[in-house]
Design a protein around this ligand. Structure first.
Ligand code: SF4
Ligand code: SF4
Length: 561
């Protein structure tokens, strides 16, 4: 490999890399506004100027190719003077309205103003004023005064979303961003421009003014909007999710996520439709009962059916741990092989960027975890037909509103003698339940999903449920902080009395005399690694923040969609 020297360190680089890329590979950060690793180079912000020996002038590190023997200085006097000048220039017309700007606290301009500027301006004239609230589209708001004309947003629409919608108009200090005449910025990935805008010029119309970034905690998670499994951060204040943002994972979603995933996959967690306690049908109405009563009632009712009369439906929305336990419960406790789940396929959702036609996060995980009929058991079509024929009389359904997706289930389910449902929210299917368990959502539990390409990825609790609170009772604040548990998770009154599906099944199994010694999701995963080949040899630590690929083939089984 060729070598160059940066700040007196000799470093290897890959042929074709620019100085900024070579430096970054070795942990040397050269400041940049317009450069982005996934976008073409525009070279217009000039903050990445560096000094190169034998070159007469400073050069921009984002577009200058590294070469053998090159000697680069990123902190020389000349470079620092240039950085100060660029910052002074960029701040001439900037409104400096950080106290009311959503970006404050995570703003590159703000950070660089501390790091690379002298902190004073010689500009005493009136600043140029521009439009401050321009809706570029249904989801993104533009503030012309904050824009530093880096063109990242334009290049993102052109190169990543493949939907050119934005352009510069005017010149000099009047330059601004507009959509093309008659167009709005409405591509399915438009909100990524908010993340990559290095200032607060582009903000989310959904999140605007809801919270300062330092008032929120963030938890690494996975989007549940489709089987891509984009890596995300869940941002929470007062036990309420306020936004999702993408988290970099080169192998899964790069820096991006789609607007659907960002906006439509978490609000149900706080809706009034949440089920906040176990419920049982009495005189035609669902009424709240305690956990012990719900567990005992469920066991008692299930025991009155023989194994051929019972079917179990797992879920591509639930974790591998949930699906593993539902499989174990069906096969070893209820003794039924009538076990399957439903694939939710929507070809119109898919695109060539990230979105997949499977609109659930864990079909592959449900399958790998074992949610499949036994040799003599019924698959989903067989279960549906047998319910219609009244051969299946009791159905155990976890975390899937099968009636909303597949209305043919409605008449069949109405004829069941017993329907037990685990669900986070009330929906068309829970309306028929005889016993209803409140299931923790993806934002309230630990677990794993397997994405479309076989990547096992972890979700973590970002908000609390009662169960978590009990575990934390009595802990000092310093201990809570040590556990990474933020005060707002603990202190808020908005909590659900819900539990992960796998945990409910562990309690239920005990009443049947089967003692599953599992008290943490990690233990469920550890058990899966001993009984499922695809998981062998991996643990939660290996999965880490970016996932681990398992060797598995996709199922060829016929999909109900
Ligand atoms: S709106 Fe943001 S991303 Fe777009 S050009 Fe202005 S500063 Fe750059
Ligand atoms: S592509 Fe799929 S996983 Fe990624 S953000 Fe969109 S809905 Fe979520």
């Amino acid at each position: 490999m060729p070598n160059l020297t940066i700040d007196n360190k000799q470093l290897e680089f890959k042929q074709g890399q620019t100085i900024i890329e070579a430096a970054r590979d070795h942990g040397i950060e050269i400041p940049h506004f317009c450069w982005h690793p996934e976008l073409s180079v525009s070279g217009n912000c000039r903050i990445c100027l560096v000094e190169v020996e034998k070159m007469p002038k400073l050069v921009i590190a984002c577009s200058t190719l590294a070469s053998e023997g090159m000697v680069v200085y990123t902190k020389s006097e000349k470079v620092i003077a240039a950085q100060n000048a660029v910052m002074e220039f960029l701040l001439i017309n900037h409104p400096l309205d950080c106290p009311i700007c959503d970006e404050a606290g995570e703003c590159k301009l703000q950070d660089y103003a501390y790091k690379y500027s002298v902190g004073e301006s010689r500009f005493v004239e009136e600043k140029v004023h521009k439009d401050k609230r321009v809706a570029l589209g249904p989801r993104v708001m533009f503030d012309g005064e904050r824009c530093i004309s880096c063109s990242r947003c334009i290049r993102f629409c052109d190169e990543i979303a493949k939907d050119p919608e934005l352009t510069f108009v005017k010149r000099g200090d009047r330059v601004t961003i507009v959509t093309y005449p008659g167009e709005e910025m409405n591509n399915p990935y438009s909100m990524n421009t908010i993340d990559i805008c290095p200032v607060g010029a582009l903000t989310s119309r959904d999140f605007r003014f809801k919270a300062r970034v330092w008032d929120m905690s963030s938890t690494n998670s996975i989007c549940v909007g489709c089987s891509r499994g984009c890596n995300t951060e869940i941002w929470v204040r007062n036990n309420e999710i306020l936004r999702l943002t993408p988290r970099y994972n080169e192998e899964v979603n790069s820096y991006w996520m789609c607007d659907h995933g960002r906006l439509n996959t978490f609000k149900y967690v706080h809706e009034d439709t949440r089920i906040d306690a176990p419920q049982i049908r009495k005189d035609g109405q669902l009424v709240a009962i305690g956990w012990d009563e719900a567990i005992n009632e469920t066991a008692g009712k299930l025991k009155s059916f023989n194994r051929e009369q019972i079917a179990v439906i797992g879920s591509p929305y639930a974790t591998c741990e949930d699906n593993y336990l539902v499989t174990k419960f069906a096969k070893s406790v209820l003794g039924t092989g009538n076990l399957d789940f439903i694939h939710h396929i929507d070809p119109s959702f898919a695109d060539a960027i990230l979105r997949t036609e499977d609109i659930t996060p864990n079909s592959l995980g449900a399958e790998v975890a074992g949610v499949q009929p036994s040799k003599t058991g019924l698959d989903i079509k067989g279960i549906l037909n047998s319910i219609k024929e009244k051969k299946i009389k009791a159905l155990y359904l976890i975390e899937d509103d099968i009636i909303s997706s597949f209305p043919e289930f409605e008449n069949a389910i109405a004829g069941l003698e017993l329907l037990i449902v685990h669900s986070g929210n009330h929906n068309k299917s829970t309306a028929f339940a005889d016993i209803l368990f409140p299931a923790a959502t993806f934002a309230e539990k630990n677990g794993t999903f397997i994405n479309i390409s076989g990547m096992v990825q972890r979700i973590r609790p970002a908000i609390s449920v009662h169960e978590t609170d009990r575990a934390l009772d009595g802990m000092s604040m310093s201990r809570l902080d040590k556990f990474g548990t933020k005060w707002d998770r603990w202190a808020s009154g908005k909590r659900m009395d819900s539990k992960p599906t796998w945990k409910i099944l562990v309690s239920l199994s005990k009443v049947f005399g089967s003692k599953f010694k599992l008290s943490m999701a990690e233990e469920v995963f550890a058990e899966m690694t001993t009984s499922i080949d695809a998981f062998k040899g991996i643990n939660y630590d290996d999965i880490g923040e970016l996932g681990v690929k398992i060797k598995t083939e996709f199922s060829n089984k016929e999909k109900v969609s």
